[in-house]
Each structure stands twice: as structure tokens, then as C-alpha cells.
Design a protein around this ligand. Structure first.
Ligand SMILES: Cc1cc2nc3c(=O)[nH]c(=O)nc-3n(C[C@H](O)[C@H](O)[C@H](O)COP(=O)(O)OP(=O)(O)OC[C@H]3O[C@@H](n4cnc5c(N)ncnc54)[C@H](O)[C@@H]3O)c2cc1C
Ligand SMILES: NC(=O)c1ccc[n+]([C@@H]2O[C@H](COP(=O)([O-])OP(=O)(O)OC[C@H]3O[C@@H](n4cnc5c(N)ncnc54)[C@H](OP(=O)(O)O)[C@@H]3O)[C@@H](O)[C@H]2O)c1
Length: 470
């Protein structure tokens, strides 16, 4: 490639996978790249802005490493532009040599039990989006006027949800949560949060620092039943075989917490093991009132894993709110192959594969949660994106990327204009970021987020020229 004909690349999404993809592309030696980032929301950075817990501002600080990438002269941001709605895959093929899809996992897994859709039962994805001011969730009314909540699953998202439910007004007011969420959580009547793990302490998906944090909350005590913290024979054997010392440390911490006196605090988080919900039961008002559960025993599987098996012994937990936190799930991008079973785009090392032939689709790549499924922390997406970028650059060097008929950078802007699709640039985002931080400073908080495109366009003085879309 020469300076006159740079490699034109579309990156879809602006979460960690997208930003690490951009970083690796910009750092590639001997190649001239021109990157357009398409983000469906008006603000970049995906789950860093809309997933990472608002009381974990240090982690959100990773955006300081992403921001400079947006300001690189080889990069443009097209925020509020959704691929599959505003632009099709054919549009991308007309304008770019390659497109890398880093659209994350936008939906949630289901538990598959009766009552799952009763009022008062919702996916953790929705609650997380709500307390983070995601524009898709900002207008939801979440009723926290119940005494007890159940969180199903023992991953880090379940721990986030349980912790957010018991924060004090003082803890809440130090976050960048939207005002509606702070008000609702301050007025919450929840006193008990039951977090249900279907397997045992040795299989819990949460990590040790996140568990430790639950022991240091201002107004909530963590309670674990010593009998449930004890290891069954299958888990003890698994732990013995595991080379992972952090796992042994985590199990030890669970057992220490279970054995320690429970501090006297107004709220309680009960972390449970070997228990599965089998049905959500409605109350007189038709909303969820209790969770019927079964206790499990753990058995070693022939594949060497440890699985939960129902014992038949039941327990009913009264609860007016249920959050299923059993994992996120990818959504298909119209026109791109999709593996419905795994919720990912079929790929080999990031090259999108045609499922009918098993061959790579030239010029199409995938990174992050859409590539490998909804697991891994922010940093996991860096080597993942590096692998995808390596494939893309190999294909560029091999001359197998399809040449786009309209590679000029102005053509895609002209197309969006012709379709009446407003977009926000990096300069717009910079302005929004400043406004959010300034509003936050006035309240002694990190930022006050915009939560609707209409408000954003108004703040940028564009309301009259660009009517917001639904
Ligand atoms: C609730 C929660 C809390 C977490 N907390 C932490 C933490 O504290 N520390 C940590 O290290 N990791 C944390 N993680 C994990 C981390 O957030 C993920 O590893 C990471 O965000 C995945 O990156 P991604 O880019 O694949 O997806 P995402 O971050 O989801 O980014 C995908 C982006 O694509 C955009 N998009 C989707 N569809 C389209 C489309 N059609 N067109 C254009 N744009 C589109 C989305 O709007 C989004 O901005 C957390 C995850 C969750 C769910
Ligand atoms: N602070 C942080 O660093 C942080 C914060 C949030 C998220 N993250 C990361 O983001 C990723 C996603 O987190 P996550 O919590 O959504 O997913 P996760 O780590 O995969 O945890 C999912 C949990 O749901 C359980 N589960 C699944 N299906 C179930 C069912 N039908 N019934 C009962 N339980 C069920 C799983 O149990 P089994 O193991 O038995 O299947 C597991 O405990 C993880 O990699 C996580 O570490 C990190």
C-alpha cells in the first residue's frame, strides 16, 4: 500500500476489542492504514462505559489508553451509526478493504425455567445497563421496593449486581451513575440479596478481589453457610489437580468468610452454593414473589469437569426481584454468519468463516466477545485483537483483500448524509466528555452521563438539523 491508497478498514464497535484492534493496526510497521470506527451508541468504549461497575472508576480509567487512538489522524469515529441498520455489509464492502466486527455480546443467556419472564425477573444485562445509564435502558422503571432479591449465577457480573444493590447513599454518590439510578437505589427497600451458585466454591466464576470487596461494604454483611463452603469429594479432587494457586486461595477465602463472625450491618448478601432455581413463583400481583430451588450434589464428569446434579431436596426463597446473571450472549449482525448455539460469529483466529464451506470470507474479521464468547476481562481482548489483526495483515500482504470500488474517505460520509443519518465525530465525543465531566465536578462525582441521543444532539446544538432516531 502507498500513502495514496491506504488500507481502508472499518472497525465495528468501540469497546475494548475494537480499540485494541485499532491500536494493533496503527502500530503495524510498513503499512499505511485508514480506520473508520462505527459505534451504534453516541459514546464510545462499550462495556467500559456501560458494563464496568460505576463504583469501579479506576477500571473505567482504561479509556485513557483508548482516547489517544481516537485522536490519531488515521482514525475517524462515526458514533451513533449502527451496522446492520444505518449501513449494510454491502455498504462496507463498497468502501473498505476489510471490516473487523467487534460488536460484543449485546444480549443475555436464559435460565430456561418456568416463571423466568414474570414481572420482577430481569436479566443482569438490563440492570447493569440501567445503572450505567445505557441509552437503551435509561427509561426503564426498576422496582426496588422489595425486601429481598435473588441473583442467579456466581460470576463477576453477579457480584457487581449484588454489591450495587446494597451500596449506601454515600457510596452511590461517589459514582457516575445517572441520577435516576442513584435515587432509586437510595430509596431501595432491599435488605437481603441471595446470590445462587449451582456448583460449589471451587467452581465459582468470580475472582478473589471481587469477593473480598463484598466483605468491606459500609452497610452490608456477607454471609456464607460453612456447610456450603466445605468442599465435596469431586471438588476437592479437582482442586488438588489444579495448578491454579489463585483458585486454592479463593476457596480458602470463601471458607474463612464462612467461619468468621458475621458483622452486624443493616443489609445482608447471602452467597449460596450447590443450589439451582427451578421455578419463579408469582405472588397475588402476578409479579415474582419467590424462587423455588433445588439443592445440588456435585459429581465428576467423564470429561474431568465437576457438574451439578439435583438432589430432589427443595427450598423456596421469598424474593420480589430476580436478576439472572448467567452470562451475556452475542447477537447476529445482519448479513454476517452467526453460530446460534454459541452466540458468536464463526471464525478461525479472527477470520470470519462461511459455515457452509468452512472457507474464510475475504475481508471480514471478528474480535472480542463476538469472536470468542462473553468471557474475559478488558485485557483479554488485547491479545485476542492482536491475533485478528495478524490475520488481516497477512491477508493484505497476500493480496487477497477485495478492492473496494469507492475507497475514498469522503464517500462514506456522503452516503450517510444522503441517507439522513447523523453521526458524531471524535471532536463531538470530546465535547460531550468535557460536558459530562464538568457536570460531574459540580456534584463531586466523576461525570454525569448523557443518557439519550436527543439530549446529546441538543447539547451539541444539533437538535434542529438532525432529528433523533428512535
Ligand atoms: C457488567 C460487566 C462488568 C465488567 N467489568 C469488568 C471489570 O471491572 N474489569 C474488566 O477487566 N472487565 C470487565 N468486564 C469485561 C469487559 O467489559 C469485556 O471483556 C469487554 O468489554 C469485551 O469487549 P468487546 O469490545 O468485545 O465488547 P463491548 O465492550 O460490549 O463493545 C462492543 C461495542 O460494539 C457496539 N456495537 C454493537 N453492535 C453494533 C453494531 N451493529 N454497529 C455498531 N456498533 C455496535 C456496542 O455498542 C459496544 O460499544 C465486564 C463485563 C461486564 C458485562
Ligand atoms: N471485576 C471484573 O473484573 C469483572 C466484572 C464483571 C465481569 N467481568 C468478566 O466478564 C465476563 C462475564 O462475566 P459473567 O459473570 O457474565 O459470566 P461468567 O463468569 O461466565 O459467570 C456466569 C455464571 O452463571 C452461572 N450459570 C450459567 N448458567 C446457569 C444456569 N442455567 N443456572 C445457574 N447458574 C448458571 C455459571 O455457573 P457455572 O460455572 O456452573 O456454569 C457462572 O457462575 C467474565 O469473564 C468476568 O470475569 C469481570
Amino acid at each position: 500500500m502507498t500513502a495514496l491508497s491506504p488500507l481502508r478498514i472499518a472497525v465495528i464497535g468501540s469497546g475494548p476489542a475494537a480499540m485494541y484492534t485499532v491500536e494493533h493496526l496503527l502500530a503495524a510497521p510498513g503499512i499505511d492504514v485508514s480506520i473508520d470506527i462505527f459505534e451504534r451508541l453516541f459514546a464510545p468504549f462499550g462495556l467500559v462505559r456501560y458494563g464496568v461497575a460505576p463504583d469501579h472508576q479506576k477500571i473505567k480509567g482504561v479509556t485513557r489508553t483508548f482516547e489517544p487512538l481516537l485522536h490519531d489522524p488515521r482514525v475517524r469515529l462515526f458514533a451513533a451509526v449502527e451496522i446492520g441498520r444505518d449501513l449494510s455489509l454491502d455498504d462496507l464492502a463498497r468502501h473498505y478493504h476489510a471490516a473487523c466486527f467487534a460488536a460484543g455480546a449485546q444480549s443475555d443467556r436464559r435460565m430456561g425455567i418456568p416463571g423466568e419472564d414474570l414481572p420482577g425477573s430481569l436479566p443482569a444485562t438490563t440492570f447493569v445497563a440501567w445503572y450505567n445509564g445505557h441509552p437503551d435502558a435509561a427509561t426503564l422503571a426498576i422496582d426496588l421496593q422489595r425486601e429481598a432479591a435473588v441473583v442467579v449465577g456466581v460470576g463477576n457480573v453477579a457480584i457487581d449486581v449484588a454489591r450495587i444493590l446494597v451500596l449506601t447513599p454515600g457510596e452511590l454518590r461517589r459514582t457516575d451513575m445517572p441520577r435516576y439510578a442513584i435515587d432509586a437505589l437510595e430509596a431501595s427497600r432491599i435488605r437481603e440479596v441471595h446470590v445462587l451458585g449451582r456448583r460449589g466454591p471451587a467452581q465459582a466464576a468470580f475472582t478473589t478481589p471481587e469477593l473480598k470487596e463484598l466483605t468491606a461494604l459500609e452497610a452490608a454483611a456477607l454471609r456464607i453457610d460453612p456447610a456450603e463452603a466445605a468442599l465435596d469429594p469431586a471438588s476437592a479432587a479437582e482442586l488438588e489437580r489444579s495448578p491454579d494457586r489463585t483458585l486454592a486461595r479463593k476457596v480458602q477465602l470463601i471458607q474463612e468468610i464462612a467461619a468468621a463472625p458475621v458483622p452486624c450491618r443493616p443489609r445482608t448478601i447471602r452467597l449460596r452454593f450447590r443450589i439451582s432455581p427451578v421455578e419463579l413463583l408469582p405472588g397475588d400481583d402476578g409479579a415474582v414473589a419467590a424462587v423455588r430451588c433445588v439443592r445440588n450434589r456435585l459429581v465428576a464428569t467423564p470429561a474431568g469437569a465437576v457438574a451439578a446434579e439435583p438432589t430432589g431436596e427443595e427450598e423456596t426463597i421469598p424474593a420480589g426481584l430476580v436478576f439472572r446473571s448467567v452470562g451475556y450472549r452475542g447477537l447476529p449482525v445482519p448479513g454476517l454468519p452467526f453460530d446460534e448455539r454459541l452466540g458468536v460469529v464463526p471464525n478461525r483466529a479472527g477470520r470470519v468463516i462461511d459455515p457452509a464451506t468452512g472457507s474464510p470470507l475475504p475481508g471480514r474479521y471478528v474480535a472480542g466477545w463476538l469472536k470468542r464468547g462473553p468471557t474475559g476481562v478488558i485485557g483479554t481482548n488485547k491479545p485476542d485483537a492482536a491475533e485478528t489483526v495478524r490475520c488481516l495483515l497477512e491477508d493484505a500482504a497476500a493480496g487477497i483483500l477485495p478492492a473496494p470500488p469507492e475507497p475514498g474517505p469522503a464517500a462514506i460520509e456522503a452516503l450517510l448524509r444522503a441517507r439522513g443519518t447523523p453521526w458524531l465525530t471524535c471532536a463531538d465525543w470530546q465535547r460531550l466528555d468535557e460536558l459530562e465531566r464538568a457536570a460531574g465536578a459540580r456534584e463531586g462525582r466523576p461525570r454525569v452521563k448523557f443518557t439519550s441521543l436527543a439530549a446529546v444532539l441538543e447539547a451539541l446544538g444539533r437538535a434542529a438539523t438532525a432529528p433523533p432516531r428512535p
